[in-house]
Design a protein around this ligand. Sequence first.
Ligand SMILES: [Zn+2]
Length: 102
Amino acid sequence: MAKVKTVFVCNECGYESAKWLGKCPSCNSWSTFVEEKVVKSTDSKSAPIRNVTPTLLKDVEKKETTRMKTNFEELDRVLGGGFVTGSLVLLRWRARNTENLL
Ligand SMILES: [Zn+2]
């Protein structure tokens, strides 16, 4: 036998609570709790079952992705070789001396 239980989980740190909380007591984030259904076996010794299948790190398939170089050496390094097709990267340019750019 299994019964469905509702828990509220913090999006930021994964903290679980039986009731919705405005502020996470673990990471102090606001409005990060989302409702999550947990199928719980009535056998108190078994752990809650979730629709998650763990994958061993060695079994994770490595996919080659096409990358577009930005020609900014440091940015390409941070991006792992350049932009990935279909990805979105938010950049913030902060110039130290704007006179040299104009
Ligand atoms: Zn949290």
